[in-house]
Design a binder for this molecule. Structure first.
Ligand code: PMP
Length: 379
């Protein structure tokens, strides 16, 4: 089996090595006539990593971080790296998921078989937790990859409970799988960035610290971090990929290979959005304003959920609409069929994905009555 510990440290691409050496040189009159920057704004990476892991875990030596082209680029880099350097047999993807997971793994990792694990149970409109665990128990092999949504699962809006996360971590460790956490909505689930990173931090503490038992250490873990939504920087494509190696293994070999992949793909990532994130997170006042903005945004989504549910109930739309309020994050998995979605579009000019996923950011006090009536009409 290939694993993270087997990867040799390879030299940095020359221009990266030059910049790194220049940065480390304390000579006061130093001159940099080399070109290029180190992969990622290091101040941004430090702050992004602290946001995700909290300051204590973020300072651990078994984490390597690189700036990526938003969350999508982080997923893509993770997939390429796994496909080329770890060669897992299978990647396990939640059913359903953000559709780009399928495309990214198809294009970037054609040698890895995609398998679905049950996630959403349409009959209960809840998490099919037993089905999910049973699938991983029965079908996942050592070194296989499992993609997990860190919070605010897209498209279902349903997250595991803390107890369920611990059970998932136990299976992942015992079966020595490779975890890819996709974290695109930190702050959107609860309104608090720390609370929304709970699962990632718990996996780290349970599985990747020195006290973690070596018989139940996963093959490794990636966290794909998007700053697009929670910083309103969608157009700047800002994100990071964090690699966590088992506590006995240095991430340096793997990191060197990741740097090479970044060099070949994008040379060096964009700076403007990275500087905004760094500036905000590095300043106590700006940071608390940002936290308040995220909290307000999450509360707004929650209040829109309540409004849509109560409006559907008030007008007597057939069925139980409690799930709209119970789901978490930016999306509601309405339970509407693709035929109903099509009718909403043709008759009422209301657009949503054919799987019934509604983005709540498009709903407001002025259009919620119209949308509720239209939904009633197509039921
Ligand atoms: N992962 C998931 C689960 C997402 O929903 C999204 C955004 N739609 C992404 C990743 C990609 O994020 P970004 O826009 O930062 O590329």
């Amino acid at each position: 089996l290939k694993n993270l510990g087997n990867l040799p440290v390879i030299p940095l691409p020359e221009s990266f090595a030059l910049t790194a050496a220049y940065s480390d040189d304390p000579f006061p009159n130093k001159v940099n006539l080399g070109q290029g920057v180190y992969p990622g704004d290091s101040k941004f990476l430090t702050k992004a990593r602290e946001l995700l892991f909290g300051p204590q875990i973020a300072s651990s030596e078994n984490i390597a971080s690189l700036q990526t082209v938003a969350g999508t680029g982080a997923n893509h880099l993770a997939a390429i790296f796994c496909a080329r350097k770890l060669c897992p047999k299978n990647v396990f993807i939640s059913d359903p998921t953000w559709d780009n997971h399928h495309l990214i793994w198809k294009e970037a990792a054609p040698n890895v078989t995609q398998k679905l694990y049950p996630y959403y149970d349409p009959s209960t409109r809840r998490l099919n937790f037993e089905g999910m665990l049973a699938k991983l128990e029965s079908s996942a092999e050592e070194n296989d990859v499992v993609i997990l949504h860190a919070c605010a699962h897209n498209p279902t809006g349903i997250d595991p409970t803390r107890e369920q996360w611990k059970k998932i971590a136990e299976v992942v460790g015992r079966k020595k799988l490779f975890v890819v956490f996709d974290c695109a909505y930190q702050g959107f689930a609860s309104g608090h960035a720390d609370a929304d990173a709970w699962a990632i931090r718990e996996f780290y503490s349970m599985l990747f610290t020195e006290s973690s038992s070596s018989s139940s250490t996963p093959a490794g873990m990636f966290v794909c971090q998007s700053l697009s939504k929670n910083f309103g920087l969608y157009g700047e494509r800002i994100g990071a990929l964090h690699l966590i190696t088992p506590s006995s293994t240095s991430p340096e070999g793997a990191r060197a290979h990741l740097v090479q992949l970044v060099r070949a793909e994008i040379s060096c990532p964009s700076l403007f959005g990275a500087r905004i994130v760094h500036t905000v997170l590095d300043d106590a006042e700006l940071r608390s304003k940002w936290q308040e903005d995220v909290r307000i945004m999450a509360l707004r989504i929650k209040s829109i959920r309540a409004l849509l549910k109560s409006e559907l109930e008030r007008i007597g739309a057939q069925g139980d609409w409690c799930h709209i309020e119970q789901q978490i994050g930016m999306f509601s998995f309405t339970g509407l069929s693709s035929a109903q979605v099509q009718e909403l579009r043709e008759k009422h000019h209301i657009y949503m994905l054919s799987n019934g996923r509604m983005s709540l950011s498009g709903l407001n006090e002025s259009n919620v009555v119209y949308v509720a009536r239209a939904i009633k009409d197509v039921l």
